[in-house]
Design a binder for this molecule. Structure first.
Ligand SMILES: Nc1ncnc2c1ncn2[C@@H]1O[C@H](COP(=O)(O)OP(=O)(O)OP(=O)(O)O)[C@@H](O)[C@H]1O
Ligand SMILES: [Mg+2]
Length: 258
């Protein structure tokens, strides 16, 4: 039984426009899947639908985690099952510091895992883990005491997303263009930070436009995503081919003619 199974998933906007048009994808622990596709093809929509965002309506198909159908579950329930989404555009949370946000998120997950009973992480344990992960991901101490994402640079937001991931220890990490806006050093730190978490405990679905993040985060599978569908699948060599040739060969004829 696979960790995450996406079966014939169709996703529409609230006005009924269908964006994701039948996706089949299976992600297991110890695997990195890369999803690459042109702007507007529906990659973020797929990520939001996986996470249970209420603005994205699943009209057909299903999502299974460990064989359990979570298609109708809320975002919280999916997060507690170990699903994590690093957003393309992380939101600011004024009045909540990075540290307190992380502690609340961890405690919510611990509570769910303890069957609804409060089970807060001991503060010394939390602090030790937080400092270790911040050092690993080169996140400054100053950043952790600021309000989440408020006034953060693009790169700082992305790094804090990965810090969140490292602290929450999800089982399936969905990264939506985590590489965009990162300088070269940050890209390597972030990508290696994710790579280090890949193993028997975690698998990842990495949405990206560029092959460069895949130099540090080796994909086992590459999926080409065009017009709401996976149109081609292969190994890491497919990412290199896309970098050289673009998506033209995969673009539906009617779009090329338009
Ligand atoms: N909330 C929304 N309201 C209106 N249109 C939306 C909404 N969400 C997505 N769309 C539309 O759905 C299409 C797919 O968008 P999506 O963000 O999923 O693309 P993407 O593949 O992630 O693109 P990019 O590579 O630019 O991030 C786009 O045409 C977008 O305008
Ligand atoms: Mg997107």
């Amino acid at each position: 039984m696979a960790l995450l199974e996406i079966k014939n998933l169709h996703v529409a906007l609230e006005d009924g426009t269908e964006i994701v048009k039948g996706v089949d994808l299976t992600v297991d622990t110890n695997q990195v899947h890369a999803v690459m596709g042109p702007n507007g093809s529906g990659k973020s929509t797929l990520a939001y639908a996986l996470m249970g965002h209420p603005a994205y309506v699943i009209t057909e198909g299903e999502i299974l985690i460990d064989g359990d159908n979570v298609t109708e579950s809320g975002a919280d329930a999916r997060a507690h099952r170990g699903l994590f989404l690093a957003f393309q555009y992380p939101h600011a949370v004024p009045g909540v510091t990075v540290t307190s946000f992380l502690r609340s998120a961890i405690n919510a997950t611990r509570k769910a895992r303890a069957g609804g009973k409060e089970d807060p992480v001991p503060i010394p344990e939390f602090r030790k883990e937080l400092l270790a992960q911040m050092d690993r991901l080169k996140v400054s101490r100053e950043l952790a005491s600021r309000y989440l994402n408020e006034g953060f640079s693009g790169g700082e937001k992305k790094r804090v997303e990965i810090l969140q991931m490292a602290m929450l220890k999800p089982r399936i990490a969905v990264l939506d263009e985590t590489d965009s806006g990162l300088d070269i050093d940050a890209l390597r730190i972030v990508a290696e930070g994710v790579q280090n978490l890949i193993g028997p405990e975690m698998g990842a679905l990495v949405i990206t436009h560029y092959q460069r993040i895949l130099n540090f985060l080796t994909p086992d599978f590459v999926h080409v995503f065009v017009g709401g569908r996976i149109v081609e699948e292969g190994g890491p060599e497919l990412a290199q081919k896309l970098e050289r040739e673009g998506y033209e060969a995969f673009t539906p004829a009617e779009v090329v003619e338009a």
